[in-house]
Design a protein around this ligand. Structure first.
Ligand SMILES: [Fe+2]
Ligand SMILES: [Fe+2]
Length: 274
């Protein structure tokens, strides 16, 4: 399911950004060991129940199309995103880091010919990801995808924290005055989504009660530069969510990519996008 949003943003040329997360790939191939194959089959079966439960929770359709394999939905999302200007992958692309999952994701992502930013989810470990190639971007604490008058900034907050160094890097990037989109895995709990996130549990909150000071600093940096932060894109919830960080910066959480959900944002001057 593609969900489209229009975002008015003055001072930039019209752009189309795609965003998905949580495809939870569970691949195996002819090079896989028996152990890897068994794990892939077991995890695929586990997700069949879990993704159906999430779809029900999010009141989303869950028919024959949605039931297709995670690998199918990942490839389909990349195909859809080809007609955009850039892509944001907000984590949990892989269900776990394995040689077959890396081979599969690397093969398809390296053939994707548009700029993209990809960040780790809690199911990935940046230390286990390749340091070169299409997936290497996910291994970085902060990454940037420059689109000229707009930049996508990936921040790895997959362990529900950020470091002071990541905050310094984010601040420096936002201080260049360019319109920016921040991409990360775990969403910020805001006034308008607090009720839902609290129901889901602390596992789904970045700024949980008692969280590190750096998490609060991170939100303050977004707040301070809100005039240039066009939006924040996240995942992790497995249901769609929209909220305003500090009451002003839109945060979109994409629903689970494992059943084919993808968000599309048309960004630009009002007279160009409507
Ligand atoms: Fe996930
Ligand atoms: Fe997650």
């Amino acid at each position: 399911m593609i969900t489209e949003y229009k975002i008015i943003c003055s001072g930039i040329k019209k752009k189309v950004i795609y965003h998905f997360s949580d495809t939870h790939l569970t691949e195996y191939d002819e090079l896989s060991s028996k152990e890897e194959i068994d794990k892939a089959i077991h995890q695929t079966e586990s997700w069949e129940r879990v993704r159906a439960d999430f779809a029900r929770h999010g009141a989303e359709p869950y028919g024959e199309y949605e039931k297709r394999a995670p690998g199918y939905h990942f490839c389909r999302a990349l195909e859809t995103a080809k007609d955009g200007d850039a892509l944001a992958i907000a984590g949990d692309l892989l269900d776990y880091v394995s040689p077959a999952n890396i081979r599969f994701a690397e093969k398809h992502l390296s053939a994707f010919d548009k700029p993209y930013v990809a960040v780790c989810g809690n199911h990935e470990n940046s230390l286990e990801l390749p340091q070169t190639g299409a997936l290497s971007q996910m291994a970085r604490p902060v990454s940037v995808c420059d689109l000229g008058d707009l930049q996508l900034i990936g921040v790895d907050n997959s362990k529900r924290n950020v470091s002071a160094e990541q905050n310094d890097a984010l601040r420096a990037l936002l201080e260049n005055g360019k319109k920016s989109v921040i991409v990360m895995h775990v969403p910020v709990m805001c006034e308008s989504n607090a009720h839902k996130l609290k129901q889901s549990g602390v596992y789904f909150q970045f700024n949980y009660e008692g969280c590190p000071d750096e998490n609060i600093d991170f939100i303050n940096i977004i707040d301070t530069h809100s005039q240039n932060v066009v939006m924040v894109l996240a995942g992790h919830l497995h249901y769609s969510n929209y909220a305003l960080i500090s009451g002003k910066v839109p945060q979109f959480v994409s629903s689970q990519g494992i059943i084919g959900n993808i968000n599309k944002y048309v960004i630009g001057e009002e007279n160009e996008i409507f």
